[in-house]
Write a protein that binds this ligand. Structure first.
Ligand code: FES
Ligand code: FES
Length: 159
């Protein structure tokens, strides 16, 4: 049997150049996790749960249904790009203040969806926030505190 063809790719992740060799079917999720970006979570792997959300060239994307090859030359950001323990991103701070933090599987994706959303729509309505976060599934929340946290950031930035 012949060897499967491998393709060279190069992209930046959290502003760091990452190169690799991938199969045509390698997902961006697997590529990221195999390069130690394990903060990108593997949930359903079929595009349903939002746990694997990263920001690619300004758009929130589901890395489990994005091919690594599609990310060639792009700028990808994971939740680790947001802030540090010493200097939390306003969204991370608001999630803490509003008790909106859920588990380590769903929260990274929620934060990245919220970040990409507020970057495009800094002053959304609550309904728009609900809609934006609707692809990030968690059966353990009523979403109110998450919407409160995102809304608080949008209001704070308007001050
Ligand atoms: S792991 Fe990608 S959407 Fe669930
Ligand atoms: S899936 Fe993370 S707390 Fe519900």
């Amino acid at each position: 049997m012949s060897e499967r063809k491998l393709y060279d790719i190069s992209l930046t992740v959290n502003d760091r150049e990452v190169k690799g060799r991938v199969k045509a079917e390698t997902t961006l999720l697997d590529f990221l996790r195999s390069n130690n970006f394990t903060e990108v979570k593997k949930g359903c792997e079929i595009g349903d749960c939002g746990a694997c959300t990263v920001i690619m060239d300004g758009e929130a994307v589901l890395s489990c249904i994005t091919l690594a090859l599609q990310a060639e030359g792009s700028k990808v950001y994971t939740v680790k790009s947001l802030g540090t323990w010493e200097k939390l991103h306003p969204l991370q701070k608001a999630f803490v203040e509003h008790e909106a933090l859920q588990c380590g599987f769903c929260t990274p994706g929620m934060l990245m969806t919220a970040k990409a959303f507020l970057d495009k729509n800094p002053h959304p309505t609550r309904d728009e926030i609900r809609e934006a976060i609707s692809g990030n599934l968690c059966r353990c929340t009523g979403y109110k505190k998450i919407v409160d946290a995102i809304e608080a950031v949008s209001k704070r930035e308007a001050e």
